[in-house]
Design a protein around this ligand. Structure first.
Ligand SMILES: CC(C)(COP(=O)(O)OP(=O)(O)OC[C@H]1O[C@@H](n2cnc3c(N)ncnc32)[C@H](O)[C@@H]1OP(=O)(O)O)[C@@H](O)C(=O)NCCC(=O)NCCS
Length: 145
């Protein structure tokens, strides 16, 4: 399926359109704060934020971080955030964002894509497995006091 979307790198002035998407993902944020975060990420060559747009506006967001690991020769591309707005789900936008992220990660030297996802996101688990991601482990989190 070819999704009716264009994918490009996000810029800080996309913040008003992208803030509601992060809200849908469960990370509510104001446009001004998000513009600051996008500005910080834009200054880092190992971070890429992708936005998918249809004729109405932004429908998807993917944030990618490419970094080296001591255990492997090649970098890993980690998906830090992925969300498709509800009205556009099931139309291939998520797959298109992952495909683009894979191409970007490869161009930056990565040989694998990695994502961690909350246990409650059962839909996302099925999506990732459908796209060829293998379930290999658990994630533990501890706040730093
Ligand atoms: C998970 C999410 C990004 C998927 O995006 P999407 O645009 O709806 O997915 P696509 O339409 O590109 O689907 C790609 C494939 O995955 C399959 N798929 C998607 N969601 C699925 C689900 N819940 N169950 C089973 N298969 C699913 C599709 O059938 C499709 O398969 P096909 O291409 O072989 O027909 C989207 O549902 C979303 O934003 N969910 C809420 C936020 C979230 O959970 N984000 C992930 C955080 S880690």
């Amino acid at each position: 399926m070819t999704p009716p979307v264009a994918i490009r790198e996000a810029a800080p002035n996309d913040a008003p359109a992208l803030a509601p998407l992060l809200g849908e993902l469960g990370y509510p944020v104001g446009a001004e704060t998000l513009a600051y975060r996008l500005d910080r990420l834009a200054g880092r060559p190992d971070h890429v934020v992708l936005v998918a747009e249809d004729e109405i506006g932004a429908v998807g967001l993917l944030a990618l971080h490419v970094f080296p690991l001591i255990a492997y020769d090649h970098d890993v591309g980690m998906i830090m955030a992925l969300v498709v707005t509800e009205r556009a789900r099931g139309t291939g936008v998520g797959r298109a964002l992952i495909d683009r992220a894979e191409a970007v990660a490869k161009s930056l030297g990565a040989s694998r894509l990695l994502v961690t996802t909350h246990v409650r996101r059962a839909d996302a688990h099925q999506f990732y497995e459908r796209l060829g991601f293998e379930f290999t482990g658990r994630r533990y989190v501890r706040p730093i006091a």
